[in-house]
Design a protein around this ligand. Sequence first.
Ligand code: ATP
Ligand code: MG
Length: 272
Amino acid sequence: MEKIDHECLAKLYEAFESHKQVFLIMEYVNGGSLHGYLKGKPNRQMAEIEAKFLWQQVVFGIHYLHQRNVTHRDIKLENILLDETRTRVKLIDFGFSTCIPHEKKVKIFCGTPSYMAPEIVSKIEYSGPPADIWALGVLLYALLCGRFPFKGANDKELYQNICKQDLPLPDHISRQARALLQKIFHKNPDKRPPIKEILRDPWLQFSPRDNEMMSPKSLSLINHLKHISGINFGGQVHGSQSQNKQMSKTMGSFNRTTSGFQNQSAEPSVDF
Ligand SMILES: Nc1ncnc2c1ncn2[C@@H]1O[C@H](COP(=O)(O)OP(=O)(O)OP(=O)(O)O)[C@@H](O)[C@H]1O
Ligand SMILES: [Mg+2]
């Protein structure tokens, strides 16, 4: 893990062990978790523009891991930390992560129940990346809807619903976001889009209107992450010329007066 070096993943500087404990010296991320941040929002959900911006950073981090045959296996709100401006995202907790070729299947029951993919809860052999993709879908759903997509009175019922229930999609979710969620929540892991395809999904491309609502630093960060991903996006996030000149590693915040951060949806919250 010490070799892992990406801006959306908390850096592990050093690891050493005593006869009783393992010590990890990590980059300190001081803005609390996405879980705590979301809980403070009206209806525990966020506007699509903000969800797009934060979730995309997690997707870039996972893309970096998947390229290196690493699967995280515990993507969830609690394992995503924010910087003090609540705009930069760092994924933590590599306790369940594995580094095995993607074509090799495993049969390990791990993760967090609400985020588990059908193939995990069915206890069949599965390949790691599609299960991470499913968990990313649960994460996005939680950001947009203020609740988890599948629920149950107990784990058994939850697992049945994960395997059988159709995806409940509230009306306030945009057409593009719905299309992406439907692709991600394919019960068949082989049919789920790989991480690279998700990064290219239309919903994740910032429209000119989105760009107007984002600060120059936020636009610069997205352009920078696109650049280092090695994926050809066929263009940049379009900001003004002066905005695009800035390629800062530190980020400011959205323009809160125009970003629509206050979520308008009246969807009730039930979980987390
Ligand atoms: N790099 C970091 N910067 C700031 N806080 C961190 C960092 N890494 C971990 N934490 C804090 O420690 C908590 C537990 O860390 P982590 O998620 O890695 O372990 P865990 O196995 O999930 O532990 P737990 O069972 O307590 O959730 C996190 O929820 C977070 O609050
Ligand atoms: Mg954790």
